[in-house]
Design a protein around this ligand. Sequence first.
Ligand code: HEM
Length: 198
Amino acid sequence: MNTSTDKVILENLMARLKQETSSEHDRMEVLMQQAGVFESKENYAQFTLSQYYFQKDVEHLYLDPKVQQLIPDLDVRGRSEAALQDLKDLNVEPQQQLIATEMIKFPESLGWIYVSEGSTLGAAFLFKEAQAKFGFNVEFAARNLAAYPEGRAVVWKRFKQTLDEANFTEQEKNEVIKGALNGFNRFGTLLEDLKNLK
Ligand code: HEM
């Protein structure tokens, strides 16, 4: 066993994020399965509502100058507007104004943004399923699952690099990971209550 290599891997923020949130990621997949997101257009619409609320939570964090300074391409990120358009297609109007991230500070905020950015990777599969099951696409009801114009992988790689090159202290890294766990938890709460979301 090479302990010095192990140490380097463990200290890398993106590697830690992936490793320390992987059980939460698995939980999201199970919750989505349980909610039957693709079993009906109604369920899909409720899922889109959860995406919309989560994106609003995450985009609220973009307002922080510290986030803007670290992530200069925020303008290409975020999908709340796309989700809102999708909801219009699906005849759903969001009823809630609550933002779950009002009290979230930098750098914990980066963990939430990590959850949102990472979810664009899995969205490739969800997009295909929405297309196959319901015929939805980038112009109707599945905009929020579509790839960024530059492509999912490119934008994700840039995000990963930004976080890894930020040179956070261990304490700051722990804060980011706490944020990611809280972000997953928020999305999990939305998924658990998917049927009753308004
Ligand atoms: C059925 C639902 C989902 C599927 C099939 C799925 C699938 C995937 C896949 C294939 C990856 C890429 C793994 C890699 O390239 O290493 C990924 C990454 C990721 N997904 Fe999901 N995902 C789902 C739901 C979600 C949800 C609901 C969230 C959060 C709200 C989420 C957050 C993430 C994050 C943060 C990553 C990045 C992991 C890393 O650090 O590399 N995913 N997902």
